[in-house]
Design a protein around this ligand. Structure first.
Ligand SMILES: Nc1ncnc2c1ncn2[C@@H]1O[C@H](COP(=O)(O)OP(=O)(O)OP(=O)(O)O)[C@@H](O)[C@H]1O
Ligand SMILES: [Mg+2]
Length: 220
């Protein structure tokens, strides 16, 4: 599903945020991307959804070569990718419900359609926050915002689910509950790539771990 061959990402001319990364992630796999702050976890996820261009090497996602991908194809690829950003990126002027609807509208669905609304309601219930549907994101706790971001990532039934520190700032019980949501999506077929430096979560779940340190992979 995701293949990287000798991938490099270079910032500011000579800083190698990622160095010689070769990874194969199979369809339906669940992998953790781990490593200390600054290791390159977010950068790696950004390459997968074309948030950044690869500077050297090759990357294929769903069989598509991202080195050669065109703008219109990026939009198409992103329809199939759900992303939970490290800083949530919820829209502050929209309510929780509108945030979820918006994620459906950007892929061309009609937010006034009853089935689209029903689906938004469904994912909000799923993360246990349907009672907050009319709240504005900034009025919610960090953990609640995190769950809304997850609901939004799930709403379009993505084939690939990328999550960047989705349990940051949460206690272990809540964090394990969140991991459970990703496990469920994975059980339904989604390929999950989850970046975290929470050792407890990694140790409790039995998934492959891809470890980064200063942009280098130290195992696979
Ligand atoms: N746009 C950018 N311009 C310059 N340097 C960048 C940019 N984005 C990331 N970096 C640098 O690349 C390195 C890797 O950053 P990245 O955000 O991928 O780390 P991370 O593993 O996600 O860390 P954290 O656990 O703190 O989120 C860092 O040293 C960072 O400063
Ligand atoms: Mg990061």
């Amino acid at each position: 599903m995701i293949q990287m061959y000798h991938v490099y990402k270079i910032y500011d001319g000579d800083f190698q945020a990622l160095r010689d990364i070769t990874i194969h992630i199979e369809k339906g796999e669940f992998v953790f991307i781990t490593g200390p702050s600054g290791a390159g976890k977010t950068t790696l996820l950004r390459l997968i959804f074309c948030g950044e261009k690869v500077d050297r090497g090759q990357i294929l996602v769903k069989g598509k070569n991202l080195i050669k991908i065109k703008g219109s194809e990026i939009a198409y690829l992103r329809r199939h990718i759900g992303i939970v950003f490290q800083d949530f990126k919820l829209l502050p002027q929209k309510t929780v419900f509108e945030n979820i609807l918006f994620a459906q509208e950007v892929i061309g669905l009609n937010g006034r359609n009853i089935n689209i609304k029903r689906r938004a309601w469904e994912v909000l219930s799923y993360v246990g926050l349907s009672h907050k549907k009319d709240s504005f994101p900034l009025r919610l706790s960090g953990g609640e915002q995190q769950r809304i971001a997850i609901a939004r990532a799930l709403v379009n039934n993505p084939i690939i689910l990328l999550a960047d520190e989705p349990t940051g700032n949460l206690d272990t019980d809540m964090a394990m509950g969140i991991i459970g949501l990703f496990e469920d999506a994975n059980a339904k077929g989604a390929t999950v790539v989850l970046a975290t430096h929470n050792r407890e979560i990694i140790n409790r779940s039995r998934h492959r771990e891809i470890r980064l340190n200063r942009g280098k992979m130290i195992n696979s």
